[in-house]
Design a protein around this ligand. Structure first.
Ligand code: FES
Length: 505
């Protein structure tokens, strides 16, 4: 993959799991496309049950969005239980909470069984009222938490300046861990059980015919399987059915050194929308690492990542003046499902192709839940949480939200007629990208640090929306369904699987 510009680096080390590319056709029982927490959780459950699995990824193993998560492990809904109950009803909300708690318990059991040191620990989580917020939010969530069966305690504030007596809910026994250490261990366990891995092998089609699923790579090699699981953050096998029910958002994170023991090890979130989220990670002998995140926006609708990091830093420093040196800053993408719950299960219209997407702000627990739900569906033909996550569901109560989210695609297609951002390539600074108009077409222009230009079509190769430049990540983002491309037009994130076309095409 040709990627000239450096993307931001998350605090986690990369998953160290080299794998070959797929160079010849193979057969297997289950093909897993995507090697983040959802793909590897499914692969692990199936391999443990004796299934032959093959995991294939467009990039390195574990190198996608899971490596950019901040990994808050909680069975509290980040959209709030009141909203979830109103949206899906009490029974589904209860079952969702139960499945998320089971997902955390499974991660805990897996890391123990595998003997992996991934810093897993049970910690309490705190939802605290943001400045100027309505205390009724906390009361409402206290009641809703009890309704769904999650223990929540009224707590007298959090250890942040000015919030010592803020209305707060405490959720005992949630968890935190190091996501890429965990992924490495899962991958190794799958391999030890006979599973095969293929990296840097972009999948371009997944077709189901009779009792066979054929997965084809860009090089033309195939995996033939009895079933396939598409776990590519945003599904590559779908053009409309699921993408019309979720929307991509960018979220930002920054990590700081803080003196060891200066903040209790816990998860913290406030009640703003978008909310701030804070957690700790063990550091060196003298320090802990504080990770703060938030400042989310719809993908492609802002290009001010560093200003958002500054805003996060100011907010955190006000609450915690002992904040030390910044270690790193990064962003990731989350797919917000319109009814707050991920899409996990049989892909609409298929009998042997499964999908896991719509992680919301809870990618790790949704990914681990995918491991439980999809493996049960494949091994037993049933899951107690099938209905909760059913990708074919029609979220009737969200019609207004549907229209709002889908307006992105409509607005975006209108952009075909609008002027470009620059009138001339001379205006393009080194290290930056911008959109120019060239007659009927729009061009994605990137000038690298040496001054060399790359010109590509500005039409996303998924279903044709116009991409936007992201200065913070040095990539092109598609606001419609979450595809990302390198400055040179190579695919970085699904659902697109083909590089940007020639300029003027
Ligand atoms: Fe669907 Fe770009 S991601 S059009």
């Amino acid at each position: 993959m040709n990627v000239s510009a450096e993307r931001s680096r998350a605090i986690w080390n990369a998953v160290d799991f080299p794998a070959p590319t797929l160079e010849a056709g193979i057969t297997t029982e289950v093909a897993v496309i995507g090697s983040g927490v959802a793909g590897l959780s499914v692969a692990y459950e199936l391999a443990k049950a004796g299934k032959d699995v093959a995991v294939i990824d467009r990039g390195p193993i574990g190198g996608g969005m899971t490596s950019r998560t901040t990994a808050h492990l909680s069975s509290y809904s980040d959209d709030g239980f009141r909203e979830l109950i109103d949206m899906r009803g009490l029974d589904i909300a209860r079952a969702w909470q139960e499945s998320q708690a089971a997902a955390i318990a499974r991660i805990e059991a897996n890391q123990k069984a595998l003997g992996v040191d991934c810093d897993f620990r049970r910690v309490d989580a705190y939802l605290f009222l943001a400045r100027g917020g309505d205390p009724a939010i906390i009361d409402r969530e206290l009641v809703a938490s009890a309704q769904v069966g999650m223990i929540a305690l009224r707590h007298g504030g959090v250890p942040f300046a000015g919030y010592e007596t803020a209305p707060t809910l405490q959720f005992p026994q949630q968890a935190a861990f190091h996501p890429t250490k965990y992924l490495s261990a899962l991958a190794k366990a799958v391999k030890d059980a006979g599973g095969r891995f293929f990296a840097d092998s972009a999948v371009v089609s997944i077709e189901e015919k009779d009792a066979l699923v054929t997965v084809k790579t860009a090089k033309g090699e195939t995996i033939e399987a009895s079933a396939a699981v598409v776990a590519t953050n945003a599904p590559i096998n779908d053009r409309v059915a699921i993408h019309g029910k979720q929307a991509p958002y960018r979220t930002y994170a920054v990590a700081f050194d803080i003196p060891r023991g200066s903040l209790p090890d816990a998860l913290y979130w406030d009640t703003l929308d978008p909310y701030h989220y804070v957690r700790l990670q063990p550091g060196g002998d003298e320090s802990d690492i504080l990770i703060v995140g938030g400042e989310d926006h719809k993908t492609g609708e802002a290009n001010d990542g560093n200003a958002r990091i500054l805003s996060l830093t100011r907010w955190m420093r006000e609450l915690f003046p002992d904040l030390g040196q910044e270690i790193t800053r990064w962003s990731g993408q989350v797919l917000e499902p319109v009814d707050y719950v991920a899409f996990i299960g049989l892909n609409p219209g298929n009998e042997r192709i499964y999908v896991a997407t719509g992680d919301s702000g809870q990618g790790v627990t949704h990914g681990a839940a995918a491991g439980l739900v999809i493996s049960d569906l494949i091994l037993k033909g049933a899951s107690p949480w099938r209905e909760v996550y059913d990708p074919s569901r029609k979220p009737l109560k969200t019609f207004g939200e549907f229209v709002k989210e889908n307006a992105t695609a409509v607005k975006n297609f209108a952009e075909k007629l609008s002027p470009g951002e620059l009138s001339s390539l001379d205006e393009l600074a080194a290290g930056e990208g911008a959109i120019l108009r060239d007659g009927f077409y729009k061009i994605a222009a990137y000038r690298d640090e040496t001054g060399a230009l790359t010109l590509r079509s500005a039409a996303c190769t998924h279903v044709g929306c116009h991409i936007r430049w992201n200065s913070f990540e040095k990539c092109w983002d598609c606001p419609c369904h979450g595809s990302q491309f390198s400055p040179e037009g190579e695919v970085l994130n699904a659902p697109a699987f083909s590089p940007l076309g020639e300029a003027g095409g």
